[in-house]
Design a protein around this ligand. Sequence first.
Ligand code: SF4
Length: 350
Amino acid sequence: MQLAELGERASRGESITREEALAVLTTTDDQLLDVVAAASKPRFAFFGNRVRVNFLVNLKSGLCPEDCFYCSQRLGSGAEILKYSWLPPEEAVASAKAGIAAGAQRVCLVASGTGPSNREVGKIREITEAIKADHPGVEICACAGFLKDGQAEALAESGVDAYNHNLNTASSHYANICTTHTYDDRVDTVDRARDSGLSPCSGFIAGMGETPEQLVDLAFALRELNADSIPVNFLLPFDGTPLKGTNNLTAHDCLRILAMVRLVNPRSEVRIAAGRELHLRSMQVLGLHIANSIFLGDYLTSEGQPGKADLDMIADAGMVLEGMKDAEPVKPTDVTIRRRGAGTAALPNT
Ligand code: SF4
């Protein structure tokens, strides 16, 4: 396999094949820089040196009746996380504005649970309209579980740009990570979002015992769903969840997974999501040469690195924030993002 040729092909917008995707995942550590270089070709061809920064606002935390084994907010979770039911809209808007002031171009409004009631869709609409009144250029992505008839359309009408609903793992592995809903249920909501004019944002969590073949299945499933944005999470093995202590990933594995996803989905936004700091550690900046998007600051129930460290990393990589003029480099700046702090997700022996 000629890795450079895969990168050239992807930079023309063509996907690599399943066999090639599997081969990328099984490259050896001494090929790592060649893998990163190949995946960087489409990254720079379609996104230049720009990085999209996303900011999470956790509207509702914990208390979910679903049992996703990886999730700190699941039914019966013993994880020490903040639990609350719907932030007051003013607080959600203030939090979003803090993220925007720090450089975020997309705000992700997230609520735990099976799916929103129509009243809860109304709350997301209200918060979206308040954010957009002051920041019309900022994108809003909602993430609130399974959508019912009319809800995607209602969100789109209010100015919500995108809807996040992750596949999380391959169809053939789904029953091993959740018993209360199915993979097909998840696909249904991604379809509803896309068909209603919302930009489909859908990704997965690596490191949950899936095989390389199943990771390849996921990358191609997301291609078939036309996912505009693909968040790639690396398992945070929360204490108090069934996957506590699971550690199947090296930093090199994470980079190979990101590269495979990029080479299968050359034109999609690839986002390094939760687990970036824990699993990539000092290799994070190499990830920016493959992915074109990260979260700023904290995740839903766990701390990320400080927002200033994220912006400094982008600046050190010679990259610019999406939405700024290419000539305008990221300026390392003091950023204060409210810490969530209560979650614990430690790898064994750390
Ligand atoms: S991933 Fe979503 S649906 Fe599953 S337990 Fe967590 S909050 Fe609930």
